[in-house]
Design a protein around this ligand. Structure first.
Ligand code: XIL
Length: 325
């Protein structure tokens, strides 16, 4: 019997996993989830395209199953995600003639969506990724050009946080993004969140997705954690952890080289040593998938980014984080 991760990290932070419905509805796989984790995220099932039926109705049944699992096993739930430029129906931004709606109409739709959804789960979701991936360091103002931005303007982000807070004042509200350790992007996030805090916009934390690779510079990760944790009242969640075994964009292996898996074990170990060092500000760490063959990283090429292999066996990555230094 191998050690339970959540017991090892219980004093440091919650340890979570994102799973698709096929895992949630598989009792054997959920036993494994129960053994190792104490927080859960729906990989896709709480995104707007999964919840929205039309402007006035929702499909909550699948998402509610995540909640009942969590409540029966005492897991936290991370709600992912309210506002994003992906996995949101096109029609949400359009009128019946197919034209983009006005600023006023979209703000009203946003308010209704956030209040309906956050309200539906009120008291049952501990943390929401309110806005996902809104920063684009290549824009002069650092904000990604999306329909939200184009139609409403830069204030759409703070509106989202206000609406979410009104719907569930106890849920912790996060801004979530990838490559948060990349210096330009990091600084835009720091400025956005500091400004929100200073102006009393309700925000509780920064979600660092952490889709990294064995070659990622962990010193940059540490610098970002340092900087974010200097914002008073801000906590950090690692929300979507996985670690590609590749160091370049073009390789594609049929099977993972032994040395890469060993190296991955060492880098995971180093990462968790770092995360533990900051456990006063890092309150939750979520893996983006249960086992390698279920990982989204396999969409473009083969990859082996997680703790368990396709046969449910613990990898060097698992043993690396069971014994961090
Ligand atoms: C991914 C899921 O893992 C895939 O199953 C889906 O096809 C696309 O979305 N950043 C995010 C997550 O915030 O929602 C994404 O999840 C991965 C990147």
């Amino acid at each position: 019997e191998i050690p339970d991760l959540y017991e090892i990290y219980g004093d440091n932070f919650k340890i979570g996993v994102a799973v698709p419905y096929k895992v949630l509805s598989n009792p054997l796989e959920m036993k494994m989830v129960e053994k190792h984790f104490n927080s859960i995220t729906a990989e896709n099932e709480m995104k707007p395209e999964s919840l929205l039926v039309d402007l006035n109705s929702y499909k909550f049944s699948v998402a509610d199953e995540y909640i009942s699992f969590a409540q029966s096993k005492n897991f936290d739930v991370r709600g992912h995600t309210l506002l994003w430029h992906n996995q949101t129906p096109d029609w949400f931004f359009k009128d019946t003639n197919g034209n983009l709606v006005s600023r006023e109409v979209l703000l009203k739709r946003m308010e209704k969506y956030i209040k309906d959804v956050v309200g539906h789960f009120s008291g049952k979701i501990q943390a929401w990724d309110v806005v996902n991936e809104a920063i684009d360091p290549n824009q002069p103002d650092g904000l990604r050009r999306t329909l939200w931005y184009d139609i409403i303007g830069p204030e759409y982000i703070e509106y989202a946080f206000k609406f979410a807070h009104e719907a569930d004042p106890n849920a912790k509200l996060f801004y979530n993004d990838y490559n948060t350790y990349e210096p330009k992007k990091r600084d835009f996030i720091y400025n956005l969140v500091s400004d929100f805090k200073a102006r009393g916009i309700p925000i509780d934390g920064i979600g660092m997705q952490m889709h990294i690779g064995v070659g990622t510079d962990l010193r940059q990760v540490e610098e970002a954690i340092e900087l974010f944790s200097s914002i008073p009242g801000i906590e950090i969640h690692i929300t979507e952890l996985d670690m590609s075994i590749y160091k370049d964009q073009s390789s594609n292996y049929d099977a993972p080289p032994y040395e890469s898996l060993v190296e991955q074990g060492y880098v995971y170990k180093e990462l968790f040593t770092l995360l533990k060092k900051y456990d006063d500000v890092i309150t939750s760490v979520t893996f983006w998938g249960l086992k390698d063959d279920y990982s989204w990283k396999n969409q473009n090429r083969n990859d082996w980014p997680l703790l368990f292999d396709k046969d449910y066996q613990a990898k060097y990555s698992y043993w690396g984080i069971v014994e961090p230094t």
